[in-house]
Design a protein around this ligand. Sequence first.
Ligand code: FAD
Length: 411
Amino acid sequence: MVASERISGEYDLAIVGGGIVGLATAVRMLARDDRTRLVVLEAEADVGRHQSGHNSGVLHSGVYYRPGSLKATTCRTGKAMMEAFCAEHGVPTDICGKVVVATSAGELEALDRIEGRAVANGVECERIDSDRLRALEPAVAGIAALHVPVTGIVDYRQVCFAMRAVIERAGGRVITRARVDRIQLANDELRIGFGHGELRAARMVNCAGLHSDRILRLAGGSPSAKIIPFRGEYYDLVPSSHSLCRNLIYPVPDPAFPFLGVHFTRMIGGGVECGPNAVLALAREGYRWRDLSPRDLAETLAFGGFRKLAWRHWRMGWGEVWRSASKAAFVTALQRLIPAIRASDLQPGRSGVRAQAVSPAGDLIDDFVIDRTPHAIHVLNAPSPAATASLAIGEHVVDQLGQCQDDTDYD
Ligand SMILES: Cc1cc2nc3c(=O)[nH]c(=O)nc-3n(C[C@H](O)[C@H](O)[C@H](O)COP(=O)(O)OP(=O)(O)OC[C@H]3O[C@@H](n4cnc5c(N)ncnc54)[C@H](O)[C@@H]3O)c2cc1C
């Protein structure tokens, strides 16, 4: 169903955004009550075109996240739900395990902290020495590592297609090429407009990813944070060098920065990706340097939170830009984990743009953020591991919709 036809209608629930979080929310809603008149409105020609189709494809186990945070709880339960969903709907997964590698004595304390978090989050893992590490990943130079056997890989784009099929079989509608551009609350219902189309819905869930703050604003709210797009660029190992990485190899992350550092990821469809870095994207869908939106860039630069963040992390920021411009610098970063890697082992790969909420104080908001306006719930910040956690996030959102029958408590 596309929005070129004039579309109208009346729904119990409209979900804005056909990425994995919006689709998973629809799946969970229909699982709870299949009489729900539900519609998903997606701006693009198909589902899963942005973050959900441009990620590393890792089924995260929940090692890194602050115990008790929404990330920690939904990642664990969401991963189990995702594995069950994939098994039921024929989407291949591979629980291949990963290693988080300390390459110097200076990283051992941080590795201890990660291990402590993994244990607190109930994630199966084991501290291993360099011999065990070499047996698992012969090309990696590390003095110690955390082995997490329960981490896996999947193709989240395929998951999105499977979710769309489940929604449509259960009577839900997915309308593509429907970019929501107006939302009005009138007579106790929302009028949601997209180009020539308009429909009415009793409730709305905003899962618009890179545009979640704008949808929140259209719904009359004032977002507590702004979405800043950060591009992650990858190289691929050339086929003759695939043996350098057997599964998933990560560095010990910098606690000041939520991105996980350049790593090696075996993809479920074949091949190994190396990266990503993290550079400011010049458009919300800025997959290349030449993708520039004057509106998006002007909004980013005018936002005080971004300027504070840039001031605080300018050194790291320039390092990331340098790695984007210089393959040699990218190779040097990768050599920390695999010293034998050479520029000739790498060919340019894909990129993805992360929707990262930044507070007015200039902090990268780490946890998932869910906000409300009358008759609506907004998934404002859903960065990694939100693909893994999507079904649990959906469940959480559906709970919140159920708890708030009386919308007066949204105000
Ligand atoms: C480089 C990278 C690597 C990652 N690796 C992993 C990983 O390995 N594992 C993991 O769990 N997570 C990973 N993530 C995070 C994960 O991909 C995201 O958290 C997740 O896909 C977010 O899903 P979403 O549905 O919120 O957003 P999206 O997939 O971006 O979906 C939002 C949708 O809303 C639509 N939309 C926007 N505005 C409108 C509008 N006005 N009207 C209608 N529709 C609209 C968009 O077109 C889009 O389809 C990674 C992310 C990136 C960028």
